[in-house]
Design a protein around this ligand. Structure first.
Ligand SMILES: [Cu+2]
Length: 139
């Protein structure tokens, strides 16, 4: 009877070892496929990065004062006028035509920027010197 019991125990132990081995293999395989899934998104194209259109603000105003750009372009206004300027939407003084263009005051040596996603003609000015105007044409 004792010998029969030992035989059953060793069969049971063998079965447990086989189950552990199978579970271990399944875990290793799942880990491998999990790694594959997590590495896939890194190969995305660098597509929607906006292209800059640079406008200088000088003592004489915006240069160039009219730019024509494609949708999705980022316009950067760099203040090189020696004094504080603003970019504000038409019309002076209420600035209601295109509110996202109300970028406000920025100091000499600094810049403001805006991405234009919709086709149209956008007029703006330097609110501190309203005779200085500019136009962004988005195609
Ligand atoms: Cu104004």
């Amino acid at each position: 009877l004792k010998g029969g019991e030992n035989k059953m125990n060793s069969k049971l132990i063998l079965a447990i070892i086989v189950i552990i081995a199978i579970v271990g293999i399944v875990i290793v395989i799942n880990k491998g496929s999990g790694n594959n899934v997590s590495t896939t998104p890194t190969s995305q194209p660098v597509a929607n990065k906006p292209v800059d259109s640079n406008i200088e603000v000088t003592a004489n105003g915006f240069s160039p004062d009219t730019v024509t750009i494609a949708r999705g372009t980022r316009v950067v206004w760099m203040n090189k006028s020696g004094t504080t300027v603003t970019v504000n939407s038409a019309d002076h003084p209420t600035h209601q035509v295109y509110k996202p263009l109300n970028l406000g005051e920025f100091a000499n040596g600094s810049s403001v920027q805006l991405i234009f996603d919709t086709a149209g003609t956008y007029k703006y000015h330097n609110h501190l010197k309203p005779s200085q105007t500019g136009t962004i044409v988005v195609q």
